[in-house]
Design a protein around this ligand. Structure first.
Ligand SMILES: Nc1ncnc2c1ncn2[C@@H]1O[C@H](COP(=O)(O)OP(=O)(O)OP(=O)(O)O)[C@@H](O)[C@H]1O
Ligand SMILES: NC(=O)c1ccc[n+]([C@@H]2O[C@H](COP(=O)(O)O)[C@@H](O)[C@H]2O)c1
Length: 216
């Protein structure tokens, strides 16, 4: 049977992009592929300057750095649509934009899944200073019904937030993957199981390991 094809979308500041962002995407790809899906692309979408976070540097720099960050990847790409918008776009609408674009470019059956770190999930039920919710819960519900992948981060407990939201009856559709812990043991295990170790160690080390068939 043909595997279902998916694209993973990561939104955020990328101010600057880090190995943490890139590992999050590699881990999500590994996890989705273990569950029988084919991951055809990963998109990193820097937020527009109009998001208004005081620490944000210009999106021209954040997009250029994100493009540089994915240069050595054969499946990740930076996308400038969101940051070229003059107004801030909600994450649901960024997701919908890519759903439409991917259907045209890669085919009508290719799904787009959002990936976020645990810290973002923790903001799902939080309020802004003006008393409004940070996220519209209907947006979160729609994102989750499409399919959400979460990677916990140190100090975040996304499962607790999801449990609190579970009265809404839809959070079972969230795929919480293992957090990103880098150790030599975890790299040896990943190599044995044919999972990616990219962005855990320099590319030169990965090439050496491959050339010498180490840890197989
Ligand atoms: N090390 C990491 N592990 C898992 N997810 C991560 C990691 N670093 C970033 N992310 C996730 O990547 C997405 C984009 O994050 P963003 O660019 O806002 O980075 P950030 O590290 O949270 O930035 P800042 O420190 O400026 O708030 C978010 O979903 C965030 O949770
Ligand atoms: N309601 C929403 O759609 C919503 C709310 C807060 C953050 N976000 C997104 O989450 C990402 C991370 O934002 P923060 O760096 O503020 O956590 C950004 O891409 C931002 O656009 C979306």
């Amino acid at each position: 049977m043909e595997k279902s094809k998916v694209v993973i979308l990561a939104v955020g500041s990328f101010n600057p992009p880090t190995f943490g962002h890139l590992r999050m995407l590699e881990d999500a790809k590994n996890s989705l592929e273990l569950s029988g899906k084919e991951v055809v692309e990963g998109i990193l979408s820097p937020v527009s300057d109009a998001y208004g976070k005081s620490t944000l540097i210009g999106s021209n720099h954040r997009l250029a750095m994100t493009e540089a960050a994915v240069k050595s990847s054969d499946w990740l790409r930076a996308d400038g649509w969101e940051c070229s918008q003059p107004v801030w776009t909600t994450t649901l609408n960024v997701l919908k934009h890519h759903q439409q674009e991917v259907k045209i470019r890669l085919g009508p059956d290719v799904e787009v899944l959002l990936i976020v770190g645990g810290d973002v999930v923790e903001t799902f039920d939080k309020y802004n200073a003006d008393g409004s919710l940070v996220w519209n819960l209907e947006d979160v519900q729609e994102i989750v019904s499409i399919g959400l992948v979460v990677q916990p981060r140190p100090g975040s407990d996304p499962e607790e937030t999801l449990k609190n939201l579970d009265f809404l009856g839809w959070t079972q559709n969230v795929n919480v993957i293992a957090s990103n812990v880098i150790s030599s043991t975890s790299l040896r295990a990943a190599i044995k199981e044919h999972r990616s170790i990219k962005y855990t160690t320099p590319d030169e080390v990965i090439t050496y390991i491959k050339e010498h068939n180490l840890y197989e």
